[in-house]
Design a binder for this molecule. Sequence first.
Ligand code: TEU
Ligand code: CA
Length: 560
Amino acid sequence: NMEKKWWKSSVVYQIYPRSFCDSNGDGIGDLNGIRSKLWYLKELGIDVIWLSPVYQSPNDDMGYDISDYQAIMKEFGTMEDYDRMLELAHELGIKIMMDLVVNHTSDEHAWFVESRKSKDNPYRDFYIWRDGKDGKEPNNWGSCFGGSAWKYDGATDQYYLHLFSQKQPDLNWENEAVRKSVFDMMTWWCDKGIDGFRMDVISLISKVPGLPDGTVGKSGYGDFGPYCANGPRVHEYLQEMNRKVLSRYDLITVGECSGVTVEEAKKYASSSGKELNMVFQFEHMDLDGGESFKWNHKKIKLSELKAVMSKWQTQLQGKAWNSLYWCNHDQPRIVSRMGNDSLKYREVSAKMLGTCLHMMQGTPYIFQGEELGMTNYPFTSLDEFRDIESINVYHELTEKGIVSPEEMFDYISYKGRDNARTPMQWDDSEHAGFTKGTPWIAVNPNYKEINAKEQLERADSVFHYYQKLIALRKQYDIIVYGDYELLLPESEEIYSYIRSLEEQKLLVICSFTEQKISYEVPENLRGRNGKILISNYDRARVQDSVTLEPYECMAVLYQD
Ligand code: TEU
Ligand code: CA
């Protein structure tokens, strides 16, 4: 089997600082708030915190538009607050993984302020500037956040590229001065003692020379994907980053790789260790809509989910390492998307989804509130949205008459990123204990039923179930290193798979349906006394054929 590494058996918890805990009553989460809750994460048992960006930013894209990589966003506190949080985390044995956003900076970054001054400014080639074509943009690419991916800048009569918002100009990675500046900044953070990086859209940093037009999609703009994702020099750049920075520290690294395939992942996350430890792939997240046009009501088909997850489990086996996630700050909450967020089935389906993911091979990521079974938000009006993606795309698609306002509002309510960004629900006091002030985004009204305080006090809560899932990973090597084999591929109701390590077998059974449904234990495991390691119903033993309760799950260990 594979070489043992601490980052393979670790569980990562993603904190979205703006919505985690507000310590000074301004309605915005902050670093002192995070420090005040580290005991909670210690209790949960996670090993690493992935901190979404805390650097100085105008917050056009909520911190993913950075104006100074070596200063703390004023809303989040000071560098001293950061240092104290890092120190306490390390005292508690928790590592800190920083969010590295270097495909682009903010347009308020000093580099861009210089770059736009003149064509011969030393920083001009830190970004991607081009002449217009026939009085229009240099090519037909669309931005992820609506409109063209080019912004005209009158001062020098050229356009600059921004795959995301107009305030997020893309860095020119072909310029070795850009690479050196990024590597120096990374070294500065590593020397402060951080433990890793989550690398934002790192698969997009190398563009195909000539920047060719893309296929025009529903928005009327060209798709930049084929010319920016997994580009010609991306592995060269990451191998240079590895040589000059990553290999000099004991880090956990994950590349957020929009558009990555299994073949590409074998390079990004190769066991050779020449690039990164693992990647975030998006194939499973695209099953209900896809990158170019995610706005719809399409549900994820279980057989397709099983095919995608199993492909990644089996094809990286022995060659590279998987990340495992259902949720993050860009995705709707999984219990609403793939579980059942009704009062009756929310907890049992949240536990099932956690089991389904955490018993697979790879490093699991828990997004804040997922361990409580937090749900999507019941949006009722546009002014509840805060995310630039939702707001821009709503106006673009409705004003062009591509989608009706009612339809678009429904799509955004269901798939919009704000579903993940409503405040962490700590207790049943006002604003769920997130803030003493007015929260920057509304708290989900279900906080009285769903909050950390209540779940810490209840043994059968989702919190305590996640605590057990995390602890199991520490106890059983088969969960971390065992091979994976899918069972019942055609079933649209049951996700079942087997992990194998030497003579041990771990049978995982997850029902994704509200109906009761029968399940036959595989022939080779019948009659053997399996030990139920975890289950969301208190079933004592698993018979050779069993009728599963709604959303029932279990992980059964066969060792003899
Ligand atoms: O997201 C990159 C990315 O792939 C997004 O386009 C994502 O797929 C989309 O938002 C889903 O609707 C990263 C960050 O996670 C995201 O928060 C930032 O907005 C984006 O990069 C730009 O930095
Ligand atoms: Ca605050």
